[in-house]
Design a protein around this ligand. Structure first.
Ligand code: ATP
Length: 235
């Protein structure tokens, strides 16, 4: 684990009620990196994001963000420290329009993007500024879910399967967006099932199985590592 890591997770355990889901997850992310969590259904990827955010019943181990231990923090304190979570179900408010949805999450840190900059990054959303959440396509909802957390000033973005259920052309747009966020200095940890999409956006990949990280591969070595990853991912 490098000392310049933005996030360092060490021996993370997590429970939902009596169910022990994570069994010692360790990973680290340097500032400005895009890192994916790969793995089959039920491997514990979503639970890892939720545990980093303090949204599981109980957790143990160590999660240091910007050098500070957060394992005992409540989720609101974690959010205020500059970590934002974009769940798979996206959480767009149906009765609010796009701009109102963008304004909803509280600003927690300086340095967040303003609305004009967000609309510059997401021209589709600008066109739909006055549309109700219910009128948006799946792709627009996913864009909005990401756009919304950029205002908050969060430095680390946790994205749960942003490509899920979207048409290939929209998945490409989401990929461009994530690369643009990296260029702007954001750090991203994303859960992905879509291996090919992960390959177009990430610097490194962690592979999870049965609530543990079992492998790590640099994106440049991904193609050469396919044989090894095959058994974990079933690709
Ligand atoms: P998927 O892509 O299917 O979401 P995943 O790798 O993200 O896979 P998790 O969602 O983290 O996996 O689930 C890991 C395990 O935790 C699974 O066995 C799941 O059934 C269990 N689990 C998830 N959420 C809960 C919950 N709220 N209560 C109890 N068990 C849960």
């Amino acid at each position: 684990v490098s000392s310049d890591a933005l996030l360092t997770v060490n021996g993370l355990e997590a429970w939902y009620g009596e169910s022990h889901i994570l069994h010692g997850v360790s990973l680290d992310i340097r500032e400005g990196e895009v890192v994916t969590l790969l793995g089959r259904n039920g491997a514990g990827k979503t639970t890892t994001l939720r545990a980093i955010m303090g949204l599981v019943g109980r957790r143990a181990g160590s999660i240091r963000f910007q050098g500070r231990e957060t394992i005992s923090d409540r989720s609101d304190r974690i959010a205020r420290s500059g970590i934002a979570y974009c769940p798979e179900e996206r959480g767009i408010f149906a009765s609010l329009n796009v701009t109102e949805n963008l304004l909803l999450p509280p600003v927690v840190q300086p340095g967040g993007l303003d609305i004009p900059t967000i609309y510059q990054l997401f021209p589709n959303l600008k066109e739909r500024a006055n549309s109700q959440g219910t009128k948006l396509s799946g792709g627009e909802q996913q864009m909005l879910a990401i756009a919304r957390i950029l205002r908050t000033g969060a430095k680390l973005l946790l994205l749960d399967e942003p490509s899920e259920g979207l048409a290939p052309v929209i998945v490409q747009q989401i990929g461009r967006t994530i690369r643009e966020l990296k260029a702007r200095g954001f750090t991203v940890l994303l859960v992905e099932q879509n291996f090919r999409f992960a390959q177009t956006v990430a610097d490194r990949h962690y592979v999870m199985e049965h609530g543990r990280v079992v492998d790590m591969v640099a994106n440049a070595e991904l193609a050469a590592s396919m044989g090894r990853l095959h058994e974990y991912l079933g690709v």
